[in-house]
Design a protein around this ligand. Structure first.
Ligand code: BMA
Length: 303
């Protein structure tokens, strides 16, 4: 027997509804970033009405987190707020000295698009224009400009023919020049796939953790990894054919959405460890770690 490339932390799950200081259904799918010496997670907290809000959780060791009791407040107009009955799946990118949070903004009727917020201190947040049209999810900004332009990944639409695109902007307001990301579809991701955390820069390429869905009786969510060209990131230069994390543990197998590991937050440490924070069964948060060189090697990059 061989384990997958990501190994679970022995203290898993590291955050559950018991760590939420109010009546909550679940806490899962956090964005993640290092902020000075502090580890920051931005999980999806589902309250006792099953409404979804983003909170900040803070830690000095990356394992034991304390959740801010109040949700993130992103100032906005009444028109903005129509889009934000639910906020979830935050992906955090450090870019030009600020932190950008791309998140799903969903109406009461379940129409979803991407919201974008900026912070410099994880205490106060500023709203930027919605970067996508309605019906888009799985969005993250790249941590630097590409060819002089800001760049984002997102997946308009859902379902088995949904594709992920890279789209560019001169000012984080007007977006265009979309290019599709052409992954090879493997069996474990046959139903659909989307990005995981924001892309991580390495010398060999952008390391992009993805999620893939297989339709058994219900969906089964797994994690995989690909490598994108640094200058032309729509070019996939490596792809691990196998999944790197699959639901096995009881807290991943059963819960609100069973058989689901889903990540939108990862941190590359200076020593090459990659900390992957993931939602387990849409119920709680796990931590799994890998080595960046092993993840790159698994992509079998041809350059
Ligand atoms: C996806 C996202 C994730 C969730 C997953 C499984 O579409 O909404 O937040 O973990 O579905 O329900």
């Amino acid at each position: 027997m061989r384990d997958e490339l990501l190994l679970r932390h022995p203290g898993n799950p590291i955050l559950t509804y018991r760590d939420v200081p109010f009546h909550a259904n679940a806490i899962y799918n956090p964005g993640a970033v290092k902020f000075g010496d502090e580890y920051i997670l931005i999980p999806r907290v589902e309250d006792g009405r099953r409404d979804n809000r983003l909170h900040v959780a803070r830690s000095s060791d990356g394992v034991r987190f304390t959740l801010d009791p109040e949700p993130i407040e992103i100032p906005g107009t009444d028109e903005d707020r129509v889009w934000e009955k639910h906020q979830y799946d935050a992906r955090v990118t450090e870019l030009e000295g600020a932190y950008y949070i791309a998140y799903c903004a969903q109406t009461m009727e379940e129409v979803v698009r991407i919201g974008l917020a900026r912070t410099r201190d994880f205490r106060t947040f500023e709203r930027l224009p919605f970067p996508t049209q309605p019906w888009s999810r799985n969005c993250a900004l790249f941590p630097e400009r590409i060819g002089g332009l800001y760049a984002r990944l997102d997946r308009p639409m859902s379902g088995s023919d949904a594709m992920t695109f890279i789209t560019f902007s001169p000012d984080l307001e007007f977006w265009g020049r979309s290019k599709p990301l052409d992954l090879r579809i493997e069996t474990w991701m046959r139903e659909k796939w989307g990005i995981g955390p924001a892309p991580i820069r390495t010398d060999e390429g952008w390391l992009l953790i993805i999620h893939g869905v297989w339709l058994a009786t219900n969906y089964v969510y797994r994690l995989g990894v690909v490598l994108l060209d640094l200058d032309e990131p729509w070019r996939v230069i490596g792809q691990c054919p196998e999944f790197i994390l699959t639901p096995r543990e009881p807290y991943e197998r059963s819960g609100e959405v069973p058989n689901c590991v889903f990540s939108n937050g990862a941190i590359l440490e200076p020593d090459g460890e990659v900390k992957v924070y993931y939602g387990a069964a849409d119920t709680c948060i796990g931590l799994a770690t890998g080595r960046v060189d092993e993840l790159i090697a698994a992509c079998g990059a041809s350059g």
